[in-house]
Design a protein around this ligand. Structure first.
Ligand code: AMP
Length: 812
């Protein structure tokens, strides 16, 4: 690989300008925010005008057409170019270039995260700097780059630096409320835009310890894994600056990758914490399942333990040295097949159906001390060597550049919750008697998040996000990319670096994306022009929820204005469009008075999606219980409980499991009507079984889940009944947090020890009895929703005629 060029060589082109020194609060005295935002946008556009050579994902043919048209306009100039995304891989790009009447296409390889090269040319951080270098020197190209066909600037993530915008400035001034205003505005700059110093707004919030701001940015979709000019992610920055508080926000709120490697230093965040001697950061990272002995990407395999020792941070050294990595819950007999060779291992996995994440471990023929992990991904089989090494007199196991672990079991457990480096996490194994074994990582629900309690104004509680698999961005792609000098291809030759052959191991740290298991159904669309957006009423998983008005066409030509709730879709670094649409598709199939009614999907001018549903005036039941406990009588609770059970009975009839039944997801239309909402985690149960099997990772509301969900990923109507029991407990305790401050893993242990939540202070015995029934260890012994509906209807002993009427009407 060629040496990296000097990073500071051309930083002068990003020189500061005087306006960026002005405080935004001062500027606000001179004009309204909207004007500042418009000016800022214009200013950024102008400063980027020399970088509008990026054309996104267009094909080779289209690129040639664009260039040919450009040639006509520019009078056949040599060096006319554009950059496009490679159609083989979204992490590589292509430079299409005209010279002497020919068009050449050069593959731009991402050698390591955000570092690019063309053939044997220098490796440079950022597409913008790469192109800039080739605008000065040909370095192996047939010509220097002269002019470009105009389109748009390169993507934020792939840039070395950008233009300092109004959001960066507001963050540096720690103005959370102002930032919220900016983020709401349609003139808001891209949240992941880099400043002239190569940092995103989130990097700055992490450096300066602005917790509220970091939280806000994450909720609005900031990329938690983006790299700054020094190759640091926001997590690295927290560790450098000793801002331990933000680490949990990044991981819990944004699913930040604790394994993200700095491509320059080869360090992951825990290395950084150990180097600086920041014990608190180090401890938090370990709590969030950071590996404790990751190896730097260097010749010495430097670990955080080495760094703590070398830089004499005794407390950090002690913490790592004494760190007993979590107890293992996986056993060799579930996956170890010493007798199998490569061929028979493949055959066995094929026989077992090649499901995603299915694996076994066998002995290596190469070295008696080594093993091989044989793993299914994408219905193909891949083999990874598990090597061993003596480290500080300990026998350590590792895969490729992954962390050291002291036993095979620990290593397997680590890879069952982090796919770090592998194409997917390990989820199921074949044991020696050829049975399939679900890998239960027990202690290691690093992806699970407990939903927080009552939101504050600036930091609303973040609901769990469904099926977001880790999206590591650190790099080892270099392992699969050659850097041979290749002559420029003829205009008709195929691109220079072909995609890997089908059986080549997939690139390390490939991103897994959950598949939509529901057959796509045509979604009901509504015209955006018929919608009027109003104030914010909540923060949902995908972004803001606002109140709105919908001009509904009724019979004839008349229209009727109805109140609606509009869920705005904020695309995140991981493309979550499918999750958003999945929720819409599920809702569209439902029609019941105890379930929030779906109206349609709309799209704005920027092709951003919105989910429109009926407006439920009193909002979240949980908030109501917390805010107005004295307004809620026992008979209200009975009525709501019977309505929730009725809605769930309907869901059961539709063969769907909700998987996120909780007080926060019940909305109140008025005191007499509760409705179930939030179908983001809902799934259809199979036609031949009574449960849905979760195959992808995800962040689950563990405190609401039955043991079989946690242990085997089995979700059924009976597991929804368990969650109903927890919801009842929340209701009768007037919004208390179930299991208080216990962590997910502590709750699992608590339940396994046959312990259950205790009876809330004012909860009648009859209601608590039902809760205990819902929490029966045996799913089959739990009550059914129709029984629960009947029970709470009867328990509604003080109920008024109105309540009876409501329920009787609903039952019909
Ligand atoms: P969700 O994305 O469903 O978790 O919604 C987030 C918040 O937005 C909820 O807690 C409610 O406060 C509010 N909300 C969501 N849907 C509605 C609705 N249909 N009517 C009124 N408020 C809603």
């Amino acid at each position: 690989m060629s040496a990296e060029s000097d990073d500071d060589a051309d930083s002068s082109i990003y020189a500061n300008d005087s306006s960026s020194n002005l405080r935004i609060t001062q500027l606000l005295k001179t004009k309204p925010l909207i004007d500042l935002l418009k000016e800022d946008k214009e200013n950024c556009k102008q400063k980027d005008s020399e970088k509008l050579w990026y054309h996104g994902r267009i094909t080779r043919d289209v690129a040639e057409d664009v260039l040919k048209r450009g040639l006509v306009r520019q009078n056949s100039i040599d060096g006319l170019f554009l950059v496009r995304e490679s159609s083989f891989s979204s992490s590589s790009f292509v430079l299409s270039l005209c010279c002497k009447g020919n068009i050449y296409h050069f593959q731009i390889n991402e050698v390591k995260t955000s570092h690019f090269s063309i053939d044997a040319g220098p490796t440079v951080q950022g597409l913008d700097r790469l192109i800039q270098n080739y605008q000065k020197l040909a370095q192996g190209l047939p010509t220097i780059l002269t002019q470009f066909c105009k389109c748009k600037p390169p993507p934020d993530e792939q840039r070395y630096a950008g233009v300092t915008n109004i959001l960066h400035k507001a963050v540096l001034e720690d103005k959370a409320e102002l930032i919220q205003e900016i983020l709401k505005s349609k003139y808001c700059p891209s949240i992941n835009a880099k400043s002239e110093w190569g940092t995103t707004a989130l990097h700055e919030a992490c450096t300066y310890g602005f917790e509220n701001v970091a939280d806000l940015l994450i909720r609005h979709g900031a990329n938690v894994n983006s790299l700054d000019r020094d190759g640091q992610t926001p997590l690295h920055r927290c560790c450098t600056a000793n801002n331990a508080g933000i680490i949990s926000i990044l991981i819990q709120g944004g699913n930040a990758n604790v394994n993200a490697r700095n491509p320059k230093s080869g360090w992951i965040p825990i290395h950084q914490a150990a180097y600086q001697g920041h014990l608190k950061c180090l401890k938090i990272l370990l709590d969030f399942h950071s590996p404790y002995l990751p190896r730097a990407d260097d010749d010495d395999d430097t670990t955080p333990l080495d760094l703590a020792e070398n830089y004499e941070h005794k407390d950090c050294f002690k913490e790592i040295d004494n760190f007993e990595c979590q107890k293992v819950v996986t056993h060799k007999y579930d996956w170890f097949h010493p007798e199998l060779d490569r061929h028979s291992a493949q055959k066995l996995l094929e026989f077992k159906g090649l499901s995603e994440g299915l694996f076994l471990v066998r002995n290596s023929k190469k070295n008696p001390d080594w093993h091989v992990l044989t793993l299914c991904h994408d219905e193909k089989v891949f083999n990874y060597e598990i090597k061993t090494k003596n480290y500080r007199d300990r026998h350590m196991y590792y895969i490729d550049d992954g962390p050291f672990y002291k036993s095979l079991e620990h290593l397997i457990q680590y890879y069952s919750y982090h796919n770090n480096g592998l194409p997917c996490a390990l989820s199921m194994s074949v044991n020696t008697t050829k049975e399939l074994i679900q890998i239960s990582s027990d202690e290691d629900y690093s992806n699970l998040i407990e939903t927080q309690r009552k939101p504050d104004k600036i930091s609303p509680a973040l609901p769990p996000r469904p099926d977001i698999l880790e999206a590591p961005v650190t790099d080892t792609t270099k392992k699969h990319i050659g850097s041979h000098l290749t002559p420029p291809p003829s205009p008709t030759a195929p691109s220079m670096s072909p995609p890997p052959p089908p059986n080549h191991p997939p690139p390390f740290r490939q991103q897994s994306v959950s598949k939509a298991e529901a057959a796509p159904i045509e979604l009901r669309r509504i015209d955006r022009k018929l919608l009027k957006l109003g104030r914010e009423i909540g923060q949902g998983e995908f972004g803001q929820v606002v109140k709105g008005e919908y001009k509904k066409k009724t019979a004839g030509k008349t229209t009727e204005k109805i109140n609606v709730a509009i869920k705005l879709f904020h695309r995140t670094a991981i493309d979550n469009t499918e999750d958003f649409l999945k929720e819409a598709r599920t809702m569209q199939q439902l029609d019941h008075s105890c379930i929030v009614n779906f109206i349609g999907i709309a799209e704005n001018d920027n092709h951003e999606l919105m989910l429109v549903e009926e407006y439920i005036a009193m909002g979240s039941m949980l908030d109501y219980l917390l805010d107005y406990p004295s307004h809620v009588k026992k008979d209200d609770l009975y009525l709501w409980a019977s309505q929730i059970a009725l809605g769930m009975k309907y869901l059961e009839e539709k063969k769907m499991v909700h998987r996120d039944l909780a007080a926060r997801n019940i909305l109140l239309q008025d005191k007499k009507m509760a409705k179930i909402s939030d179908f983001g985690l809902s799934r259809a149960v199979g036609s031949n079984s009574d449960y849905y099997k979760a195959t992808t990772g995800g962040r689950w509301p563990i405190k609401w889940y039955a043991p079989e969900c946690v242990n085997y990923g089995h979700f059924s109507h009976a597991s929804d009944v368990w969650s109903f029991g927890i919801t009842l407990w929340e209701m009768f305790s007037y919004g208390e947090q179930p299991y208080e401050n216990m962590k997910g893993i502590e709750v699992i242990k608590f339940i396994e020890e046959e312990k259950r939540l205790s009876q809330p202070k004012e909860c009648p015995d009859v209601a608590y009895k039902q809760m205990l029934k819902c929490w029966n260890k045996e799913p089959k012994q739990r009550p059914k929703f129709f029984e629960l509906n009947q029970h709470f209807h009867q328990e509604d002993i003080y109920n008024t005629v109105v309540c009876r009427e409501v329920m009787n009407k609903l039952r019909k």
